[in-house]
Write a protein that binds this ligand. Structure first.
Ligand SMILES: *[C@@H]1O[C@H](CO)[C@@H](O)[C@H](O)[C@H]1NC(C)=O
Ligand SMILES: *[C@@H]1O[C@H](CO)[C@@H](O)[C@H](O)[C@H]1NC(C)=O
Ligand SMILES: [Fe+2]
Length: 357
């Protein structure tokens, strides 16, 4: 719905408004031990029309190839997941998002997921780290996966492709970096892990219900239309881990505006270490001829320093750093949709659009 139509709507009596756009409120949800407990987001699957082109993008974006097997390339970051992105050659030449995988807390929760309607078990033993996976086929050709039993990578150090020497930041009042210098060279922003993804979703209520009633997704921020506060249009969700902290959002859902024919992924996002890495990575992707979407800037909800790019197939993909983490003591907040950055370039008008080839 265009903004002028919403403006017109707000002038109409409430009963007319309700008839045209019925109230749709996202209920606040609580986690419960009966739900499948997921411990973290792990990796995404994409079919690309041109796998070799994506492989070039992946290198410039900061992924490291873990393994190439048959039609697929497994890319890793430097975190504990054996891979964070699986790219496959599309057999139809059409590029498609094939879903995100989350890690089950333990065997018991994996078994619980297997009992949910639509669960199909897959052997991923041949992939790096091995393990098992359950796939749920959801409406509009979307997929959701739960993994268990993967061998995790050793992690703990932060490698870099750009930093020669970097000490602490000197501030106006304190200069902890005495006599040594900040030095960098050209290179990609190395990826740590997958952080989040989200859909512009046709079956908004149905899908929200599926994810929040079966899994430990809870809302961090629920957003309504500024002019029509009884219409919720977006939610940022995190995994409830009790007292342990988790990323402010690992999954978001946005109600598809009328006229959207099919659910599509808005973007997927990968963590990098710091602000300098973000800007060095930005420069590197630009130098290699890739197309910037929006960035570098800082978000408000989630606080991340963001940088969005188009990959070789036209999917939006983000580098982020310095995101918020929350726990069970942080209640769900509800607010109107507002500006989405506190600083950064102008928000492009087509930020919400789907440009996948
Ligand atoms: C996508 O979802 C919408 C709304 O549920 C439905 O009308 C449409 O037929 C679906 N399209 C596909 C290709 O599944
Ligand atoms: C989140 O919860 C912690 C612990 O209770 C609290 O200190 C913090 O202020 C909360 N943050 C927000 C934004 O509510
Ligand atoms: Fe993002």
């Amino acid at each position: 719905m265009s903004l002028w139509m919403i403006d017109v709507l707000t002038w109409l009596p409430q009963s007319w408004q309700d008839w045209i756009l019925p109230a749709t409120t996202i209920p606040v949800v609580q986690n419960h031990p009966s739900k499948v407990q997921l411990s973290r987001i792990s990796h995404v699957y994409f079919d690309h029309g041109d796998l070799e082109a994506f492989d070039r993008f992946a290198k410039d974006f900061g992924f490291v190839q873990a393994e190439r097997k048959g039609n697929s390339i497994y890319y890793r970051g430097y975190g504990r997941d054996p891979y964070v992105y699986v790219a496959s050659q599309s057999l139809t030449r059409r590029s498609r998002f094939m879903g995100t995988a989350f890690v089950a807390k333990d065997q018991e929760n994996f078994d619980k997921a297997l009992k949910l309607p639509g669960a199909v078990i897959k052997d991923i033993g041949e992939a790096p780290g091995g393990g098992q996976m359950i796939t749920f086929a959801r409406p509009n050709d979307t997929f959701f996966h739960v993994v268990h039993g993967q061998t995790e990578r050793e992690s703990g150090t932060i490698p870099t492709a750009t930093h020669d020497s970097q000490g602490p930041f000197n501030t106006p009042l304190e200069k902890p970096r005495k006599g040594y210098f900040q030095r960098y060279h050209d290179g990609p922003a190395l990826v740590h892990k997958l952080g989040h993804f989200g859909y512009v979703c046709k079956e908004f209520e149905e899908e929200l219900d599926f994810y929040t009633s079966n899994f430990n997704f809870v809302h961090s921020d629920i957003l309504s239309l500024p002019q029509l506060p009884h219409i919720d249009v977006m939610t940022f969700m995190h995994l409830d881990l009790g007292k342990a902290y988790s990323d402010h959002h690992s999954f978001f859902l946005q109600r598809a505006p009328p006229g959207t024919s099919k659910t599509y992924i808005h973007h997927s996002s990968f963590e990098v270490s710091d602000f300098d890495t973000q800007l060095m990575g930005h420069k590197h992707l630009a130098k290699k001829g890739w197309k910037s979407v929006w960035g570098v800037g800082r978000h408000i909800l989630g606080s991340q320093i963001f940088d969005y790019w188009y990959d070789s197939s036209g999917f939006k993909i983000e580098h982020y750093a310095d995101g918020d983490v929350v726990n069970e003591d942080n209640a769900t907040r509800k607010e109107p949709v507002g500006p989405i950055s506190v600083w950064g370039p102008e928000l492009p008008k087509d930020f919400g659009d789907n440009k996948v080839k």
